[in-house]
Write a protein of this length. Structure first.
Length: 393
């Protein structure tokens, strides 16, 4: 399968609010300031050792490695189909995970069935790992349902649109798990932008004080829409955990093996009653924040190109090929499966009904409201005007 980025091709973000119009530059980091992080697989696909985390992937089999690769490829294909469907008018919006497949698949495959997941709205790869049918994810973005799956059926909560709120939900759930005496763990996903939210700070406080069995998994994809990480924090995000009294770890978010190992370590800490952990998966959002965003207005093309060289899927493929863990037949079969998934997704979305345009007025108030009734009538008249225009032609 050919793996390509759909990120923007041109332009640079402004380095200062006083920059001359049209002259965009990228903030340059001093040489040698690349972050230290846990890495088990280099961007070239070379296996490297780590005394702390090697043990978590030491027994991984070639079949399991191929499974991780399959997960990432199919997740990316689903994501690409969803983006295309939105462009074709079939979805109202889509939040792409392009470039973040290793962080999501690695952490998702570290979970046990009895662990509970609280996602944002971009965790399509984690949903895949939890057995949620990918077509169910699209109903919400089409406007025909509020999620489309039973959270308790897969221990995977509905997508959370309010930025950072799910970390509070996860903390409360984890406190309940501890009181019940269960040995399962909870994981909350959020982004670098959400790390600045008060809800996240409260979650850190309560989880630390109550020693809650929760893993905070931050996908630092460098950009909170158009706001770079360096505009939000003076220290690496994982170091924030120190102030709350629990460990933080930064992992190469484009290394699926490292993400798997670090998440397993953090989950085991939680299950042993050792409290929360903050995992910062240092990765990159190759595409737009959502399909309503244009990253060419704030992001440099050179930056995207540098991160494409660290592509998580190409990285694992290089390792599989160099280790003779996968042959041409495997990749050809996966390409066929990928095409079939794409067709299934397209057909499923196009078979979905159009959203009920008047559903927005339902359940606003328990007993109804005169103003809502007035707004509904105005909207009905507006909709009817289009039918009148068509009838007059």
């Amino acid at each position: 399968m050919t793996v390509e980025s759909t990120a923007a091709r041109t332009s640079r973000r402004s380095a200062s609010t006083k920059s001359t119009a049209g002259k965009r530059t990228t903030a340059k980091k001093p040489p040698g300031t690349e972050p230290e992080l846990v890495q088990l697989l280099t961007p070239e696909g070379k296996r490297v050792k780590n005394a702390v985390y090697d043990g978590y992937v030491a027994a991984i089999t070639p079949d399991e490695l191929r499974g991780l690769y399959r997960d990432m490829v199919l997740t990316r294909r689903f994501d690409a189909e969803a983006t295309a469907l939105q462009r074709q008018g079939e979805l109202g919006l889509w939040a792409s995970l392009l470039g973040q497949e290793a962080a999501q698949i690695g952490s998702g495959r570290a979970l046990r069935d009895d662990d509970y997941v609280f996602p944002t709205y971009r965790e399509h790869g984690v949903a895949w790992c939890r057995g949620v049918d990918p077509t169910n994810l699209l109903g919400m973005f089409r406007g025909v349902n509020n999620g489309g799956w039973d959270p308790n059926g897969n221990n995977f909560h509905l997508y959370t649109i309010v930025i950072g709120a799910q970390t509070l939900h996860a903390t409360g759930y984890a406190m309940g798990v501890a009181k019940d005496g269960a040995d399962s763990a909870v994981i909350a996903y959020f982004g670098d932008g959400a790390s600045s939210q008060g809800d996240v700070a409260e979650s850190f406080t309560f989880s630390a004080v109550y020693n809650a069995p929760v893993v905070f998994f931050c996908q630092n994809n460098q950009w909170a829409i158009s706001e770079p990480t360096e505009r939000q924090t003076r220290v690496p995000l994982y170091q924030r955990a120190q102030g709350y009294g629990f460990p933080g770890v930064r992992v190469d978010g484009n290394d699926v093996l490292a993400c798997l190992a670090v998440t397993q370590w953090a989950l085991e800490r939680a299950r042993r009653g050792e409290g929360p952990t903050l995992v910062e998966a240092y990765t990159y959002r190759m595409g737009a924040h959502t399909t309503s965003d244009d990253p060419t207005k704030y992001r440099a093309d050179e930056e995207r190109q540098a991160w494409e060289a660290k592509d998580p899927i190409l990285r694992l493929r290089a390792y599989l090929e160099s280790s003779n863990h996968a042959d041409d037949g495997f990749f050809a079969e996966l390409e066929t499966e990928s095409e079939a998934l794409g067709r299934r997704v397209r057909e499923a979305v196009r078979a979905m009904p159009d959203p009920d345009r008047f559903a927005i007025f339902e359940n606003v108030y328990a007993d109804g409201h005169a103003l809502v009734d007035e707004e509904r009538a105005q909207f009905a008249a507006y909709q009817a005007s289009f039918a009148d225009e068509e009838g007059g032609k």
